[in-house]
Design a protein around this ligand. Structure first.
Ligand code: ATP
Length: 361
């Protein structure tokens, strides 16, 4: 049975209970995922979790050991051996380092894969795509004269040129330096949305996934841990792995007493957890509000600053937090703007509870 309620005819790509085994290693373990027309879905996860294998299965470059793949309503892979090769799948593919044809100009590279248009129209279509990706000025040059970022733009234009129903992108921006990458991401997203192309994008960079995705599928060890909008994953993570994947967090454990847990940052509501159970508390650095206190004897036992560092738009402050019952915790606070309290500065701490997460241990 399909994992979804939706008819696969209405979806651009459906992975239905897909498995992939290499010898003893289960690289993809029962993954179901669908992409609607015009939607950008990011496969996010640490190195080796199976992202590329899943993308290769969608592309027809890897045969799944079990499960089905549908593209535009057509069954293209199934356990009975049915397998459409990549060239039959009407896909656009771009990888981290997509090689352009060195003996063809930029324009000829982009025209290469267009078969559906009459010869006269191919040129104007290719030029239009190059224009959208900021490369029309280089139409007549050969790839070796372009920078890596420019070549990547041309590779994206070439992949988009046959107007594929589905684009499969594997870390297409990761070889670019940070400033260039932001611009190319922006331009690529704009083009994908304008053309309404369903896209599966592989990345290990949470910021890239948040920026590009309508939905993120976060993977761990061959399985999807959580699927949802960037806001879903950031604000309603299903487990500690999801919280940690979006950045460093402060962690401690505590026992539930009378429906709450006591931490060095105060008491937190834990009424959803059984009495006497142990919970894991994860606190994002941006959840910690820091208020400097007067430096006098009354505050001798208060929490205090260990180090503060300016990171640019935010400041990072390491704090030794003192709670009741001699609890102590070393934690990081991330504060907007320039906030550089001196070492030893006594502070009081409070929490933005929307960035604090409790899980049963
Ligand atoms: P990365 O971000 O590092 O590219 P990934 O999440 O894309 O990682 P995959 O490349 O899909 O991960 O690999 C998943 C697992 O499957 C890894 O343990 C990898 O070693 C293994 N694997 C991938 N391809 C093969 C293969 N052809 N033969 C054997 N093992 C493979």
């Amino acid at each position: 049975n399909l994992a979804l309620d939706t008819n696969p005819d209405d979806l651009s790509l459906v992975l239905d209970h897909v498995h992939c085994r290499f010898d003893r290693h289960q690289a993809v373990n029962d993954i179901s995922l669908e992409i609607r027309p015009g939607e950008v879905v990011c496969l996010l996860g640490p190195s080796g979790c199976g992202k590329t294998t899943l993308l290769r299965i969608a592309a027809g470059l890897q045969i799944p050991s079990a499960g089905r793949v549908f593209l535009g309503g057509n069954l293209v892979s199934a356990a009975d051996g049915l397998h459409w090769p990549p060239e039959r799948r009407n896909l656009g593919l771009a990888f981290q380092e997509s090689a352009l044809f060195p003996h063809l100009t930029v324009l000829e590279n982009v025209c290469f894969g267009i078969k559906s248009l009459p010869r006269g129209k191919r040129r104007s279509h290719a030029l239009d795509l190059l224009e959208r990706l900021g490369m029309a000025g280089s139409a007549k040059v050969y790839p070796h004269t372009l920078s890596g970022g420019q070549q990547q733009r041309v590779a994206l234009a070439r992949a988009l040129a046959p107007s594929p129903n589905v684009m499969l992108l594997d870390e297409p921006f990761s070889s670019l330096d940070a400033r260039l990458r932001d611009q190319i991401r922006d331009d690529t997203l704009h083009v994908l949305k304008e053309l309404g192309t369903a896209t599966l994008l592989v990345t290990h960079d949470p910021e890239e996934a948040m920026f590009m995705a309508d939905r993120i599928a976060l993977m761990r060890e061959g399985q999807i841990v959580q699927t949802g909008t960037p806001t879903d994953l950031y604000c309603n993570p299903v487990d500690p792995f999801v919280v940690r994947f979006f950045g460093q967090v402060n962690e401690c454990t505590a026992k539930v007493k009378n429906g709450s847990v006591t931490t060095p940052l105060g008491e937190l509501d834990a009424s959803n957890f059984p009495e006497d159970s142990t919970v894991q508390v994860l606190i994002r650095p941006e959840a910690v509000k820091v208020r400097p206190l007067e430096d006098n004897a009354d505050n001798a036992n208060a929490s205090h600053v260990q180090v503060s560092r300016l990171l640019g738009s935010t400041s990072l402050v390491h704090i030794c937090a003192h709670g009741e019952e001699d609890q102590e915790m070393h934690l990081h606070a991330r504060v907007p703007g320039v906030f550089l309290p001196r070492e030893g500065q006594p502070v009081s701490l409070s929490l933005d509870m929307s960035q604090v997460f409790l899980f049963r241990q």
